[in-house]
Write a protein that binds this ligand. Structure first.
Ligand SMILES: [Zn+2]
Length: 160
């Protein structure tokens, strides 16, 4: 099922996203967020350029959440985290800024933010930042690749 890259203006369809991939399945990928709102902030995306969960077949839906579960396990191991916020927005009215389905997984630890809910506004800013690279605090390239390599190593050992 590779090669469904159908939207050239989409950051998740572009080749540049490959450097952030740490877990790879036939139909889905896990990538490390280039501007994480908290350490470990990762995204699960289908390779296919689709907007909504509603477009999945049963099989695709199952594969997507298998990828999400395995990604969660990798993050748990790599970041020693046990608590997570998950977020998936569909359509701009709901805060989706990149029109390619993506599930955020954000590890949480006690006291990481002033208020529990503060991650969500950060996430919204972050998503917009994916498009406008001038406005986001990005990880330095060296740091990003170090984290991605570490996560790939954990993913290999988890043998998914
Ligand atoms: Zn796309």
């Amino acid at each position: 099922m590779t090669g469904h890259y159908s939207n050239h203006s989409c950051p998740f369809c572009s080749d540049t996203v490959r450097s952030s991939v740490f877990y790879n399945r036939a139909d889905n990928l896990a990538i490390y967020n280039i501007a994480p709102v908290l350490p470990g902030h990762s995204l699960v995306i289908p390779r296919k350029h689709i907007l909504s969960i509603a477009e999945f077949t049963d099989q695709e839906l199952s594969e997507f959440f298998i990828t999400a579960r395995n990604t969660l396990k990798i993050i748990m191991k790599a970041f020693h985290s046990e608590a997570f916020d998950w977020s998936l927005q569909e359509k701009p009215e709901a805060g989706q800024t990149i029109e390619h389905l993506h599930l955020h997984i954000v590890p949480r630890i006690m006291g990481d933010l002033e208020r529990l809910g503060d991650w969500y506004p950060l996430l919204q800013k972050n998503d917009a930042g994916f498009i406008d690279s001038m406005n986001r605090p990005r990880l330095p390239a060296g740091e990003l690749s170090k984290i991605v390599l570490m996560l790939r190593d954990v993913a290999d050992r988890e043998n998914h």
